[in-house]
Ligand binder design. Sequence first.
Ligand SMILES: CC(C)(COP(=O)(O)OP(=O)(O)OC[C@H]1O[C@@H](n2cnc3c(N)ncnc32)[C@H](O)[C@@H]1OP(=O)(O)O)[C@@H](O)C(=O)NCCC(=O)NCCS
Length: 274
Amino acid sequence: MEPEKGNPAIQVHAEDVCRAFRAVGAQAGDVVIYHGSLSSMGTVVGGPTTVIDGALQAVAPGGTVAMPTLWFCPADPPRRREDFDLATSPSYVGALSEALRTDPRSLRSHHYSHSVSAIGSRAAELTANHGAGGLSPAPWGWDAFADISPWGHLYEWNALYAFIGVTMRVCTMKHYIESRYVARTMARAPEARRQAMRDGLTSGDRQGVWPFYNSEAMEQRLTERGLVATSHIGSATLRAVRTRPLVEVTLEILTAEPEAWFQPAFLEWCRQAD
Ligand SMILES: CC(C)(COP(=O)(O)OP(=O)(O)OC[C@H]1O[C@@H](n2cnc3c(N)ncnc32)[C@H](O)[C@@H]1OP(=O)(O)O)[C@@H](O)C(=O)NCCC(=O)NCCS
């Protein structure tokens, strides 16, 4: 997405990053994950590593800083799942993410489409065994947003989920939420219908249904409920929400108003459960 336009006249140092993360709730020992735009902040003195170091300061001592380091995206020639290389496949989600992936301190989870990289005391726990258990439906494989995956751990740990100069439109955690919505719908379906429901979902190359919802519109709703804290890093807005309310309140809203959020084909798919 288009990020906020940065003001290059504003210089940003690690202390500014630390102060802003603290202002939106980061504490000692916390787990923080962020998406972001480097240019939106102004001139970051020292580049992306300054942002990593500032975020680490905000959660010190004992904290963990993570970013999505996604590789699988439309490309020419097309990227193939089997070509993902944990050590070398670059992140396509911006300079901040690629810097965290290549930082010698960081660890990366092993998933072709939804890997996460992290630095800090819980980095190993966060990134290990991506998809090893608690599988949950998703177009990129049932391991992508499993309970045992960085996304499952981020939810479980009530991590601080932040956005630098970008909105919640880029929130990868939305797919974890979508996955839980699908899993819950299938769980209430009669056993005999579950296989057909499963076959109706988008999966890899198979075109089916998936409850993609508008996460920018959802940001508005979460903000109205007072769940999104904001601050600034240089010229960029820093937004942050805790993952438990992010997941639980979003699921509550989606469940209460499915017609407002989902495509008719997905709503039709849901009716098989009733
Ligand atoms: C796409 C996106 C990354 C573009 O943001 P951006 O600021 O233009 O790009 P990056 O964050 O990659 O930063 C690179 C830019 O920072 C600028 N830059 C370089 N050094 C800099 C510094 N020290 N300080 C400030 N800006 C700097 C340059 O303009 C550079 O652009 P260039 O490489 O074209 O010259 C951003 O809008 C976005 O969407 N981020 C989130 C992506 C995401 O997480 N998606 C999840 C899946 S949907």
